[in-house]
Ligand binder design. Structure first.
Ligand SMILES: [Zn+2]
Length: 181
């Protein structure tokens, strides 16, 4: 999450995807460093293996267990994503004919996604379509709103957030420093 020096790979991706170079500044988003260490956290709802940074992974496992004890099932949709993966995700949407301005309302630019840090999670719960705002109507979301902070997780992109991203009730990031601050 620290500021990184401008990075040649990132500039190349930005140029290739048509993302303005002042994106971070304009969106009040910081560069997110890729986690150097990752540990497996099992499979997501699409049966893909997922991983997180070690401390965040432990916090996630504790949170998931605690939710389960309260009768709430939390499932992973996506955890760590590399800068390259994020870029390819956006490329895929461009290939489908979406405009970059529209894409950047739902996806952070490569280099600016909290998923790079290995501390962010997209969550869902059974009978809820992944990555839809309907998640906010579920018991799982209500449980997270009451309990996630205890485990160091915060909802990064609330309603009308200053980052130009839609409300993402499914996206939670491990940021324990917010508790001690
Ligand atoms: Zn996310």
């Amino acid at each position: 999450m620290n500021q990184l020096p401008p990075n040649a790979m990132l500039v190349r991706w930005f140029n290739a995807l048509g993302i303005p170079h002042d994106y971070g500044q304009r969106r009040q988003l910081s560069l997110c460093e890729e986690s150097k260490t990752l540990v497996p956290i099992g499979h997501d709802v699409f049966e893909r293996p997922q991983s997180m940074a070690p401390v965040a992974a432990s916090a996630w496992q504790m949170m998931q267990t605690s939710a389960e004890q309260d009768g709430v099932v939390l499932q992973v949709v996506s955890a760590f994503r590399s800068i390259e993966y994020q870029a390819l995700l956006i490329q895929k949407k461009l290939d489908k004919g979406q405009l970059i301005e529209e894409i950047l309302k739902v996806s952070a630019a490569p280099g600016f996604s909290e998923h790079h840090t290995g501390q962010a999670l997209d969550l869902t719960t059974p009978d809820c379509p992944p990555l839809e705002q309907g998640f906010a109507e579920t018991d799982a979301y209500r449980w997270l709103k009451s309990n996630a902070l205890e485990f160091g997780f915060v909802e990064s992109f609330g309603k009308n957030n200053p980052h130009g991203l839609i409300w993402e009730p499914w996206h939670w990031c491990y940021r324990p420093f917010l508790i001690s601050a």
